[in-house]
Design a protein around this ligand. Structure first.
Ligand code: SF4
Length: 389
């Protein structure tokens, strides 16, 4: 490690000092000691990428060996009409415009019918805040899916949608979540967290619920026994301090509830948005986010690469920088692709298996709750659910 420190810092005394400090933080992480928010900022700013990746990979392999998990899943976006107007969102369309698309419950159920025989299916449902899609519709949709495919794991509705259902139905958050759970929702997706920084949110999504509300709703879900994922939108001009703050708020809640299954950094897709002039992040910077997340989030089980937004190169390489889980087959992705994502809108199971193998990892199929599946490609699924579990 010292060799790298000397190399990376040999030009400037200040950098050398900072790099040596980053080395000490990495040595702490290798010994599975928790690092502080301040130390997280220092890693983001000063750590030599190769040492950072080495450390994150060391931790990842201690937890999961050579395995990378994935699931067979189907994304459904029931409506792209939304009362919010987040600047980073190319998915939202104006009601009545030619691109507006509102799926009927019947058409969604017809699609599910075609997947009736697919084993271990995870159904991922999200949409805009559409006044024509009420809590009642959400419950009918979930119940309808369960009637057709009782064994499907339904991961549906972000905290932003739950807040919307609560506001529009006049029912408390607690009761909305309870009803969704009773209808058949097994987990909640991690979207809508964006980045918790009040400053950035004011700029890019002023109408959206704030970070505190997102965390409070996640806490209620976890208390009711419904796990969820957590995301972070990055590449929108955030600082290292803002990234560390986001991770820190998630880690603090996870200490209390242990309800987050995975953390998913989401790379901003800028096309067709007013933020299209923002500079693209280098692949190294993207990989650093995964590595620091693996090191800092010692209580969240899985670090996932959402290949739809990050790209297939990142999906491959990140498996050596802390990532142990890839987004699944998806089938028809719309949110990232409206923003210019260059990836396929879905992949077959064979293609994902090949992607994992091409990185030199062993593919293991899991279900929507990170449990071992009966007919997965690997032998066992990693059981790690975070420190202290
Ligand atoms: S990000 Fe979500 S809440 Fe914001 S405009 Fe898009 S669909 Fe609506």
């Amino acid at each position: 490690m010292v060799i790298f420190a000397e190399f990376s810092g040999s030009n400037f005394g200040v950098t050398l000092k900072n790099s040596e400090e980053a080395d000490k933080i990495l040595a702490k992480a290798v010994n599975f000691k928790r690092i502080s928010k301040d130390e997280c900022i220092k890693l983001l700013k000063f750590a030599c990428p190769s040492e950072l990746f080495y450390t994150a990979n060391y931790i990842r392999e201690k937890l999961f060996g050579n395995k990378t998990t994935f699931s067979v899943n189907r994304h459904i976006n029931y409506s792209n009409i939304c009362e919010n107007r987040c600047l980073f969102c190319a998915f939202r369309k104006e009601d009545g415009s030619k691109e507006a698309k509102r799926l009927t419950i019947e058409s969604i159920l017809n699609d599910i019918e075609k997947m009736r025989d697919l084993p271990n299916l995870e159904i991922h449902i999200t949409g805009g805040l559409d006044s024509q899609f009420s809590l009642k519709d959400a419950l009918n949709l979930v119940k309808g899916i369960k009637e057709i495919k009782g064994d499907a794991i339904i991961k549906a509705f972000t905290m932003v949608e739950i807040d919307f259902f609560s506001r529009t139905s006049g029912i408390s958050d607690f009761d909305v979540i309870k009803k969704l759970k009773e209808a058949g929702v097994s987990a909640f997706p991690g979207g809508g967290a964006e980045i918790f920084s009040e400053e950035i949110r004011k700029r890019i999504s002023p109408r959206k619920i704030d970070g505190q509300r997102w965390l409070a709703l996640s806490k209620t879900a976890h208390k009711l026994g419904v796990p969820s994922n957590a995301t972070m939108l990055y590449g929108i001009g955030e600082t290292e301090e803002e990234i560390a703050d986001h991770l820190d708020r998630l880690r603090t809640l996870q200490d209390e509830t242990k309800g987050f299954m995975s953390f998913i950094p989401l790379l901003f897709q800028k096309e067709n948005t007013p933020l299209h002039t923002l500079k693209e992040l280098s692949l190294i910077k993207q990989l650093k986010i995964y590595a620091v997340s693996r090191i800092f989030l010692d209580n969240i089980g899985h670090i996932k690469n959402h290949w739809v937004m990050s790209g297939l190169k990142s999906a491959e390489l990140s498996q050596w920088c802390g990532v142990d889980d890839l987004e699944g087959t998806v089938v028809e992705e719309r949110i990232g692709h409206e923003g210019g994502a260059k990836t396929p809108i879905g992949m077959t199971k064979d293609e994902i298996v090949r992607l994992i193998k091409s990185a030199g990892r062993i593919p293991v199929e899991r279900d929507g709750l990170y449990r071992k599946t009966k007919k997965g490609d690997g032998k066992t699924v990693p059981e790690h659910k975070g420190k202290g579990e």
